[in-house]
Design a protein around this ligand. Structure first.
Ligand code: BES
Ligand code: MN
Ligand code: MN
Length: 462
């Protein structure tokens, strides 16, 4: 790619400032109070896509938050890359743990980011990573180096389960037709060890409610004589793992893809320091399913985790009470071949079956999605690999991630194309957590690498 480095050098302050502006708007998809901000963000991405050289840009309404679409067709006979990303962000709470307000971006230097990192909600997930593609597009169109056709589909509901994207895809197959899907919404191993994500876990997310007596009771007058929903719920939850940390739901593991010893040995070659891992989290030991390493536990194995649990009195001081209800939000991360709807059903049946007499249990499914694995011999993967070789000077390591982007398996099913996950974030970027940030080095490296993907994908597709 001619001039990519000089282009970045010349425009990097603007690239950073544009992202900072984008990060100022709290596009929190989960909270309806921010609907205007979500819309404003969609509008601003539409404008950016237009400025970056898209010929046709539009905001496509859905039953929820809109999808921003843009495209540039240079020649119908050339391949088409479809870029997917999301402009919505996670809620920033707990606010008191942020060192600077989540929607007032600041640049700070850290040990891992001596070149500076932008601290703000969405900096890495996914505004920063999505915007790398917009700037890479700008570079290619400004320097007449766009080698193929491009489509952008940037949604506003990823963080709440992409409920309306499925219908949009099914209704717009022709419009979204492509040869490969390109996403930057994952991470890489370290700045010196580039990697390409080859797998994502699926997800089943449920909420459970345990009801005991018809009202909150005096815990002295009634305590010991009626089922306490909080006691019961915690006991039920505790029983969902056995002493080896295997999940106890019958049939839960039936379809789990078992990796061969060779595949696991290959995985274990990726650089990883358990000491560093523990230190970075301030824990004295790791914890998980016996028989598997940390990297296996968080990528190729399914999990069940309580994300939140509440009920009874949690205010200041003490109140003696037996609550009428207790609740929990539970997520199960799934691996390829596990069907999320089936797992939701297995969970529901099991959870209802373990409820003791004296309580009623209600399970409400939230959202879910299938896992994904992609081979490394596809044209898309090879093009991505060559792109990293050019910009990092090293062959990237294929790595399965523990996170989920449920729409990716639907892309394959509906649009019949492979997704390439070129993530430039680091695990330490604190996505979904207080003080989320994105290294400026990572941001610019993404902008630099993406155009090479287009070049090699076009060349290798011939
Ligand atoms: N970008 C993340 C997923 C991710 C991050 C994958 C890092 C791999 C590495 C995405 O925005 C996300 O947070 N997904 C949710 C699922 C969604 C249904 C809410 C997740 O993984 O919890
Ligand atoms: Mn994301
Ligand atoms: Mn996310």
């Amino acid at each position: 790619m001619k001039n990519i480095q000089s282009y970045i050098k010349e425009h990097k302050d603007r690239f950073v400032n544009e992202l900072i502006e984008l990060l100022r708007t709290p596009s929190i998809s989960a909270d309806s109070a921010y609907e205007k901000d979500v819309l404003k963000t969609a509008e601003s991405i539409k404008t950016s896509l237009k400025q970056a050289g898209c010929d046709r840009v539009e905001i496509c309404p859905t039953e929820g938050h809109p999808i921003v679409y843009g495209e540039k067709t240079i020649d119908k006979n050339l391949p088409t890359v479809l870029v997917y990303g999301h402009y919505d962000v996670q809620p920033p709470d707990p606010l008191n743990l942020w060192n600077s307000p989540p929607f007032e971006p600041v640049i700070k230097n850290t040990e891992l980011h001596p070149e500076g990192a932008i601290f703000a909600r969405g900096a890495c997930d996914d505004k920063g990573q999505m915007y790398m593609h917009v700037k890479a597009m700008e570079f290619m169109t400004q320097t007449n180096q766009l080698p193929c056709n491009v489509k952008f589909m940037i949604e506003g509901e990823e963080e709440v389960g992409s409920a309306n994207l499925g219908a949009f895809i099914k209704n717009n197959k022709e419009k979204l037709k492509n040869d490969v899907i390109l996403i930057s919404d994952t991470g890489m191993i370290t700045k010196k060890v580039p990697s390409i994500t080859t797998g994502l876990r699926g997800l089943s997310y449920v909420e459970v409610e345990v009801t005991g007596p018809n009202r909150d009771l005096h815990s002295g007058l009634y305590g010991g004589a009626v089922a306490n929903p909080i006691n019961v719920l915690t006991k039920m939850i505790a029983s969902l793992h056995d002493e080896n940390n295997h999940i106890t739901i019958p049939e839960f593991y039936d379809k789990v893809e078992e990796l061969s010893l060779e595949e696991r040995a290959e995985m274990a070659k990726a650089p990883f320091s358990l000491e560093h891992y523990k230190k970075s989290l301030d824990i004295d030991a790791v914890y998980g399913e016996s028989g598997y390493t940390t990297n296996e536990r968080n990528s190729i194995r399914p999990t069940l985790d309580v994300n939140g649990i509440w009920g009874g009195y949690t205010g200041e001081g003490a109140k003696t009470v037996i609550a009428s209800k207790a609740y929990a939000k539970i997520s199960m991360r799934l691996v390829p071949n596990q069907n999320w709807e089936e797992i939701t059903q297995l969970f529901t049946t099991h959870f209802e079956s373990i409820a003791p007499k004296g309580v009623k249990v209600k399970v409400t499914p939230h959202h879910g999605g299938q896992g994904y694995v992609t081979p490394i011999d596809s044209v898309g993967y090879q093009a991505a690999s060559k792109a990293y070789e050019d910009t990092f000077g090293k062959t990237p390591i294929p790595q399965r991630s523990g996170g989920s982007i449920p729409i990716v398996s639907l892309f394959e099913q509906e649009l019949k194309s492979k997704t390439i996950l070129m993530g430039f974030g680091l695990d330490s970027d604190a996505i979904h957590s207080p003080n989320e940030h994105f290294g400026i080095w990572n941001y610019l490296k993404g902008i630099e690498t993406i155009p090479y993907f287009y070049k090699y994908f076009t060349e290798l597709s011939k």
